[in-house]
Design a protein around this ligand. Structure first.
Ligand code: SAH
Length: 391
């Protein structure tokens, strides 16, 4: 029998609509002696079962639900079945080689991320309750895939809110952690130990193809290029030249190696510089490109700094527009769920107004479908990706 968590009188609309988080201020009482990380049954004020999840008294989010089915037990089989379902869904959508196999809340597995890079897997367990199931998760991966390697990238600060330490390391026998993946017919190095996040941004994998038609014969600037993936796609699709900028030396070196790996070094140049400074200086100098791409890091992680983020996005997009030759294109993205799609478009329109440049939309997209957007779970809709013609 699981311990019980009793909710206050009014259960939040968010939970009723399918969101799995229960905050401490929504809880009336918790059975005495319930250990942190334990599976608990959540009961509403009327005494009815709402769902089953894991508990952590240290976290603001005291319960994250794993099931709303009274008859579903939380055990290793549960994790095996859930991960098998995630894999079946990705395969149906055509993601077979590289994909985000598990996207946390969006897959009913709160705080769990698993990225699949061909035969290698990178996992993050970002809450105590999920961390305690790590062995079951690794067993499930071993049974489902016979992986060549599994690695944990739990070097994420959010774990500290759960009383967990940050760490990274092998969850399988050691292996060469510099992997090469195929994407859209190109090859990219993924360093799963030293790369950002899990090593690679799979969420943009479909968006990278979207530049195909707009880059033919173009001089392309890719700001915040990380390992150069968009720029290298552009070069492959027929750009005349590509200049990529990133503050990280490691990223720029990997970008150079990626260009080489694809036989595109002669067209590609990557520089380790501060892209904010470069955009500012070059827009003042009147430098011009046919296509400018922006994929900056999230400007905010908290609601209290949204205003600052909005002005940050506006400023770099304004500068980028000025760098685009008349009739060229701006490719621009934002990866924080705190700036919803409508607001992002408003920011771009404000920037266009100030830049006195008319825009025509080519496409407006979100992340790849292996990072599912679940309606009523707001934070699953996080990536905005826009291409506009700049008149
Ligand atoms: N487009 C990339 C992901 C970019 S992530 C892809 O699809 O793989 C954002 C990048 O911005 C990171 O690589 C980070 O190193 C870089 N970055 C952060 N601050 C920066 C700055 N001030 N100037 C240049 N790059 C910066």
């Amino acid at each position: 029998m699981n311990n019980k968590v009793f909710l206050r009188n009014k259960i939040s609309d968010r939970v009723l609509k399918g969101h799995p988080w229960i905050y401490n201020n929504e809880i009336a009482s918790v059975a005495k002696g319930t250990p942190d990380g334990a599976t608990v049954d959540v009961i509403n004020a009327q005494g009815n079962f709402i769902g089953r999840g894991y508990y952590n008294s240290l976290s603001q989010i005291q319960v994250r639900l794993l099931t709303r089915d009274l008859n579903e037990e939380i055990n290793p089989t549960f994790f095996y079945n859930k991960i098998a379902e995630c894999w079946a869904y990705r395969q149906r959508l055509g993601y077979v080689e590289n994909c985000r196999l598990v996207f946390g809340e969006a897959d009913g597995l709160p705080s769990l991320i698993i990225d699949k890079f061909n035969d290698y897997f990178v996992i993050q367990t970002m809450s105590l309750g999920m961390d305690l199931w790590k062995d079951a998760i690794v067993d499930a991966l071993n049974q489902l895939f016979q992986p060549k390697g599994i690695y944990e990238r739990n070097d994420v600060p959010v774990r500290e809110l759960e009383g967990l330490e940050q760490k990274k390391g092998f969850l399988s026998p050691e292996f060469n952690t510099e992997i090469v993946i195929n994407e859209n017919g190109l090859k990219f190095i993924v360093d799963i130990v030293n790369g950002q996040k899990t090593g690679y941004f799979l969420d943009q994998q479909d968006n990278r193809r979207e530049v195909n038609h707009i880059v033919k014969g173009a001089d392309v600037l890719e700001a915040f290029c990380y390992t150069g993936t968009f720029g290298i796609h552009a070069a492959h699709y027929g750009a005349k030249s590509v200049l990529g900028l990133d503050i990280s030396e490691f990223a720029v070196n990997t970008a150079k190696r990626n260009a080489e790996l694809n036989g595109l070094s002669d067209k590609c140049d990557f520089q380790a510089v501060n892209a904010f400074d470069a955009l500012k200086e070059w827009s003042k100098e009147g430098k011009q490109f046919d296509v400018v791409m922006l994929d900056p890091p999230a400007f905010t992680k908290s609601r209290s700094t949204i205003d600052k983020a909005v002005s940050g996005y506006k400023e770099i997009n304004l500068r980028a527009m000025k760098l685009v030759r008349k009739g060229g294109f701006l490719v621009t993205a934002s990866c924080t769920n705190l700036v919803p799609p409508d607001l992002f478009l408003d920011i771009i329109k404000m920037a266009a107004k100030d830049a006195k440049r008319p825009l025509r939309q080519v496409c407006f997209r979100a992340q790849a479908a292996d990072h599912p957007i679940v309606y009523n779970i707001d934070n699953t809709n996080y990536l905005k990706y826009l291409i506009v013609e700049v008149g």
